[in-house]
Design a protein around this ligand. Sequence first.
Ligand code: NCD
Ligand code: ZN
Length: 344
Amino acid sequence: MSEITIRRPDDWHVHLRDGAMLAAAAPFTARRFGRAMVMPNLDPPVTTAKAARAYRERILAVAGPGFDPLMTCFLTDETDADEVVLGFAEGVFAAVKLYPAHATTNSAAGVTDIGRAYDLFERMADIGMPLLVHGEVTDGDVFDREAAFIERVLAPLLERFPTLKVVFEHITTEDAVDFVREAGGRLGATITAHHLLLNRSSMFEGGIRPHRYCLPVAKRERHRLALRRAAVAAEPPFFLGTDSAPHAVSEKESACGCAGIFSAPAALELYTQVFDEEGALDRLEDFASINGARFYGLPVNEDTVTLVRDGAAVPEEVPIDGGERVRPFMAGRTLPWRLGPGDD
Ligand code: NCD
Ligand code: ZN
């Protein structure tokens, strides 16, 4: 197969940032994806419907036509349940995002005491509003934090709220794959392109590779292979979420480099590569364009996107207005697949 046309996919987990970075990053996502679940970890985070509405307008102003950003509410210990429920009813908020405080970039305002959100979770379950979780605890070995989260936070949460819809974001372990499979429908999971391609050794290939560092951090090879199996089988609870998370080069190549991989310029091409490598191109559309929409109870996109097997180079860097630069995942590499004419 030298080209493939699929229903336009959606990106169910992306960081678009704000200001000059938003202007540089958003068009890459908008060119490939119909909708995107936009993460709220700005500084300050998006915690009100008013802020989400204004942020959505700023995205639309730079994204180009036909793109539908879905907004999320950053959960804090102080979140007002009425604000969230009203924002969902008005169609401003699509979901709530739970970051354990200090788990990752711009999450200092996150949750320290999950019990304070129990009333909100009850109401979200009633109205069918999904809870998206950054699934890591904030203590213990960094490679074990996702597995610990399942046991200490996620399993008890699902038990306490049996009808709450939850998305386990950017899963990185076989433990998570197994847990999602067994949860039976109301628990979904996003899988990034980079976690299908990297294991923890990749971060140290020939030296330290800051542009391969993200959270949750890549794990052992056996975990990468488990993620690949779940994705390419296009099992219903697993769907595409890039977790594209741009940081300026100066913030990545630093004595204390930020977590986040900017995959938006190549993510769809890389997912296509993975499905091709696994002989599963016929299931790419399910994973990329159908499973997520089904999980969220939204219609699938009606237009299509074409990918062509015809090497294309990922840019070395993307300039940001003001003089900074951001380096994409796989910068400078020639990838086997590129966006087709009309889509590029
Ligand atoms: C994300 C970011 O930079 O906002 N970083 C990352 O490594 N993925 C936050 C997140 O999703 O954890
Ligand atoms: Zn993220």
